[in-house]
Design a protein around this ligand. Structure first.
Ligand SMILES: Nc1ncnc2c1ncn2[C@@H]1O[C@H](COP(=O)(O)OP(=O)(O)OP(=O)(O)O)[C@@H](O)[C@H]1O
Ligand SMILES: [Mg+2]
Length: 249
């Protein structure tokens, strides 16, 4: 089985004259959780947003090459690219509809599923994101009324509804309490059997708990990359050592 699902070769991203990502090379393994860490402003979000080309909508210019399942991302129509690679933001984004409609919207939009399939998928998504018990009796409630943690899980469920291959999560737990953080970590450990996950976090304990692979960035570059256990137990670069020490190992 081919292990690499996404590979980045000599990626540079600029905003105007500002060079934000500098010669990034990396590979993301299928059915693993890759964690991206690094100081604020080092380019973590920009890197995630390059994968599905949102960076271009924000005025950034991408140079270099990104391959997804062996296909040059330039050759993949934008809509398919974004269905293949879903992005979940730090602040949950729910649509101003009911909980149910948030889950079924994309499926209905594509118009290729019957009602029964959509109904089953809806329940499956709620169970996968551990929302089912909490919301099953009020699926018609306005999604905006959910708690922050529930909204974040619903936005993940919505991202999963189009069956992406890769899920990108940008600091999904930074505004959440311990219980919701645990829910999300458990959920990601289960989801990696089916999906490939890339998560940005400032929480090194979280990175250790759930990461298979770690990418440590500084000033737009990758400083060190490796298996999570090795990275945390025996970092090679001085910058990595300092970061781990400083961020509370
Ligand atoms: N649309 C934009 N226009 C100009 N500069 C931008 C834009 N988006 C990001 N940048 C710059 O790119 C750099 C990296 O930003 P990015 O958001 O990727 O960092 P980050 O590592 O995600 O930081 P944080 O941990 O604070 O979220 C910053 O210097 C930022 O000012
Ligand atoms: Mg960021």
């Amino acid at each position: 089985m081919e292990k690499t699902i996404l590979s980045v070769n000599n990626l540079n991203v600029t905003f105007g004259k500002k060079k934000i990502l500098k010669n990034i090379n990396l590979e993301i393994n299928k059915n693993e959780i890759t964690v991206i860490i690094g100081q604020s402003g080092c380019g973590k979000s920009t890197l995630l947003k390059s994968f599905n080309r949102i960076v271009e909508e924000e005025g950034g210019k991408i140079e270099g090459n990104i391959m997804i399942e062996g296909e040059d991302f330039n050759n993949i129509p934008l809509q398919s690219l974004r269905n293949k690679i879903g992005l979940v933001f730090q602040n949950p984004v729910v649509f101003p509809f009911s909980i149910e409609k948030n889950l079924t919207y994309a499926l209905e939009y594509h118009n290729k599923y019957d009602e029964e399939t959509i109904g089953k998928r809806k329940i499956e998504l709620l169970k996968q994101t551990k929302l089912y018990d909490e919301v099953k009796d009020h699926l018609h409630m306005f999604a905006g009324k959910l708690s922050g943690g529930q909204k974040q899980r619903l936005s993940i469920a919505r991202c999963l509804s189009v069956s992406p291959k890769i899920i990108l999560l940008d600091e999904p737990c930074s505004a959440l309490d311990v219980k919701n953080t645990m829910f999300i970590e458990e959920m990601l450990m289960e989801l990696k059997k089916e999906y490939t996950i890339v998560i940005v976090t400032h929480n090194l304990a979280q990175a250790k708990r759930i990461g298979d692979n770690v990418i440590f960035m500084d000033d737009g570059k990758i400083v060190e990359e490796g298996r999570s256990k090795e990275f945390f137990e025996c970092p090679k670069e001085n910058l990595s050592k300092e970061y781990i020490k400083y961020m509370g190992n």
